[in-house]
Structures are given as C-alpha cells and as structure tokens.
Design a protein around this ligand. Structure first.
Ligand SMILES: Nc1ncnc2c1ncn2[C@@H]1O[C@H](COP(=O)(O)OP(=O)(O)O)[C@@H](O)[C@H]1O
Ligand SMILES: [Mg+2]
Length: 442
C-alpha cells in the first residue's frame, strides 16, 4: 500500500477523545503511532526516540503546542522532525503562527479522516526523501573529499616522479658526456704515447752518441793540433757546448717524463668504469686529478700557486668505481679552487704569499672498515643558510657559465648511492671549508 511501515508518528494531545479518534484513523491506514498527552512528555519522547512526524495539538494544559514546537526546533536532535499542528477550523491566526514556528502543515478539527491521512502520508514521504537526500549528500561529500585527497596525493606522486626523471636525465646526459670525454681523453693519451716513446727513446740514443762524440772530440784535440781546428773551436764556443748539451738532454728527458706523467694521469683519471667495482688505489686517483687540475693550481697573474698539502694514510686498495670517485675529487677540488680564487681577489701577491692559499688533502682508514678522504680549503667558507643547500640538485651561488650546481649533487649520488658511503661538509665562514668523503672498504 505504502512504504511508510517503519515510520512512527507521534500524536500529542491532552484530550483523550481526540487522541483516540486520530490514533484509530492512522492505525487503520497501516501507520505506526506513539502518543503523548502533554507538551513536556512529547519533548521527552522525541529526544529519547525521535519520531518521523509529530501531530501537535495547540491548546494543551501545561506547555501549549506553540511552546512545544519552539523547543522541538531549538533541539538539534528534534530540529528536523516535521510538525503538523492540529487546530480549530477557522483559527487563521493560529495557523500562521504555527507556520512561523516551523510547522510544515496543519489539520483542522473536527478531522476529515481521508484528508488527515493524505497529509500525513505526504509529509512522511517528503521527510523520507529529505533524509535520503541528506544521506546521499553526506556520502557525496565524503566521496568528494576522498577524491580530492587522492588527486592531491597522486599529483604529489607525479611531481616527485617528474623530479626524479629530470634528475635521472641530467645525470644521464652528464655521465654520457663524461664517458664521451673519457674516451676522447683516453684516446689522446694513447696517441701521445707513440710519439712520446719515439722522443724519449731517441733522446736516450742522442745522450749515448753524444758521449761517444765527446770522447772522439777529446782524442782529436789531443792528437791533431791544427790552427784551423783551434779557431773553429773558439768560434762555436766548444767548451760551452760540451757543458750545455748534457743539460739540454736532461731537460728534454724531464719534459718527456712530464708528458708521460700527464698522459698516465689522464688515463687513470678517465678510466672507463667497469660495470662492477674493482680494487683501486685511491691515492693514485687523487694524484691524477691534481695533475689534471695543475693549470688551475699554479700561479697566475692575480695570485701565487695554491699550496697542496697531502697527508696520505696507509690503507689497502679499495673496491670502488675509481673513475667516478675521480669525478668526485675533481668536483670538490674545483670548488676549493673557485673559493680560493674568489678570496684572493683584493689581496696583494705579497700578502697571499705570507698567508698562502692552501688545500689540504688528508686520507685515513677507520678501523679498516672505511677510508675517509678530507679535502679542506682556507677559502671564504659557507654560511649555514647556503650550507643546507649545497648538495641540492642545481643549487649554485656562482654566476651563469661559472657554476652549474651539479658538482656536489652528483658527487653525493656517486658517494652515497653508488658506494654506500657518506659525503659531509664542515665550514666556518671566513676560515674555510672541509668536505669529507667516506667510502666503505669492503
Ligand atoms: N669549498 C667551498 N667553499 C665555499 N663554497 C662552496 C665550496 N664548495 C661548494 N660550495 C658552495 O656550494 C655550491 C654548490 O656547489 P656545486 O654543486 O659544486 O655547484 P657549482 O660549483 O656549479 O656552483 C657552490 O655554488 C658554492 O656556493
Ligand atoms: Mg662545483
């Protein structure tokens, strides 16, 4: 018949006859009812077990219908329950007052049974629909909130992946560049070796032949005295030549040795990294890096040479990617040279000679578990605000073209991610900076 079986209608009236008439009518229509014989009781019952609709008589002893309605509307528990007033037929003022107090409708006494049931059913249906709508609204709100949360979370995840991707791309480009450069350098070092061997081999021969010639010359001088030979010897300053040629040969040998050292360093530095770690000499790596940075370390027109103080500890070969570690040494040393160049500005040559620019390189092993490489400069130092960012990707305080902000972030990746080590920085503003690299030995 209708779907209002589970709805309860509270009838409030202090007149037992009225109560009986209307109760009967509603029960006959298949509706469930509760009754209250005073406003006070109605309030109590409604709070304890809220009905779905209230039929409220206006004139009652105790608190009347209007006051009861007012109180129902004030209480959040009963605020939404629809109230229908029961009034005398022609009492228009009462009807208006009822609506003003929040009633949804009125029915008039004496009751027209069918009309009463029609109105009650209509309001119950409206009440049920409103309730359903409210529930759906709440669900919708929850769903929207959840959705928003998920969108926010997903956006954060996506932007993180994007960042990772960007970093990976830069590193890829960087390592591609390094490996191309490495191959080029290794190739050049190899190509230099042949002509170099030719020069050093021939210098050795020249030295040997020169000794023979000198011996021969001395014999000639001893046994063939001839004025023309005397004159010629004076003209070419034979005495000076015989003294100077060995010096020239030594100097050429030294030059060749230096080229060989550089070429070896280039090969060590640019060593193509194997796919797995290999046992390597960390000190050889640092030395080759220093050799390559020689042109930046030596004196120039604004400052004397930077002093390198090495304090190498004694420890075994370390399993590592030496080519990559060399890149770390290079990045850190280049930063140290940058800061020393900067702090030298405005200082005189003599002043710098008195208090020289120094890079101190100290290595040691910690309980044979790991090696520590400390690279310390006496440059400008780093403020704590900058220090918190120096390992950040793309962070630089240098001008465009001079700094990329990649050096330390790549170094950290090589040390921490590739080697399971640590890279840390200590700095005192105005005194200098120390970068410490820790690499596990095994
Ligand atoms: N030895 C140092 N002394 C002072 N500042 C340094 C030193 N090493 C690094 N920094 C600071 O850290 C920043 C980041 O260094 P890095 O990642 O190598 O990038 P870049 O050298 O290209 O600026 C530098 O711009 C500089 O401000
Ligand atoms: Mg740098």
């Amino acid at each position: 018949m209708h779907d209002l079986e589970n709805n309860i209608i509270l009838i409030v009236d202090d007149n037992p006859t009225n109560l009986a008439v209307i109760s009967e009518a509603l029960i006959d229509a298949g509706l469930e009812i509760a009754v209250a014989t005073s406003g006070e009781n109605a309030l109590k019952q409604s709070t304890y077990d809220p009905p779905d609709l209230i039929l409220l008589d206006i004139q009652m002893s105790g608190i009347d219908g209007f006051v009861t309605c007012e109180k129902l509307k004030e209480n959040p528990l009963t605020h939404d329950i629809p109230v229908i007033f029961m009034t005398a037929l022609h009492d228009t003022a009462d009807k208006v007052k009822g609506f003003n107090l929040g009633a949804v409708d009125y029915i008039t006494k004496p009751f027209q049974q069918e009309e009463v049931i029609a109105r009650v059913c209509l309001h119950l249906k409206m009440r049920n629909l409103t309730k359903k709508l409210e529930e759906q609204n709440i669900q919708l709100k929850q769903f929207t909130e959840e959705l928003e949360q998920r969108v926010t979370q997903r956006t954060a995840e996506l932007s993180e992946s994007l960042n990772d991707l960007k970093q990976a791309q830069i590193q890829l480009v960087q390592s591609e560049k390094m490996s191309a450069l490495g191959q080029l350098v290794a190739g050049i070092a190899h190509e230099i070796n042949n002509p170099l061997s030719c020069i050093s081999g021939n210098v050795d021969h020249i030295e040997e032949y020169f000794h023979d010639l000198l011996e021969h010359l001395q014999l000639c001088q001893q046994y063939c005295e001839h004025p023309e030979i005397e004159t010629h010897a004076g003209k070419i300053d034979l005495e000076f030549l015989t003294e100077d040629i060995p010096k020239i040969i030594d100097s050429a040998k030294l030059g060749a040795k230096r080229i060989r050292d550089i070429s070896n360093s280039l090969r060590t530095f640019s060593r193509a990294d194997t796919t797995s770690k290999v046992l390597a000499d960390i000190h050889e790596g640092i030395d080759s890096t220093l050799m390559i940075l020689q042109h930046r370390l030596k004196a120039n027109e604004t400052r004397p040479a930077i002093k390198i103080i090495k304090q190498y500890g004694n420890f075994p070969l370390v399993k590592c990617y030496l080519g990559q570690l060399n890149q770390v040494f290079m990045n850190i040393l280049a930063n140290a040279i940058d800061t020393l160049d900067e702090s030298s500005q405005g200082r005189s040559f003599a002043d710098i000679e008195r208090v020289p620019n120094i890079i101190n390189i100290k290595t040691e092993s910690l309980d044979n578990q790991s090696v520590i490489i400390k690279i310390k400069d006496n440059g400008k130092g780093i403020s704590s605000e900058v220090k918190s960012q120096i390992f950040d990707y793309l962070f630089t305080t240098k001008s465009v073209g001079k700094g990329t902000g990649l050096g330390l972030s790549i170094s950290r990746q090589i040390v921490v991610e590739k080697h399971g080590g640590f890279l840390s920085c200590e700095s005192v503003l105005g005194e200098g900076t120390e970068l410490a690299i820790a690499i596990p030995i095994t």
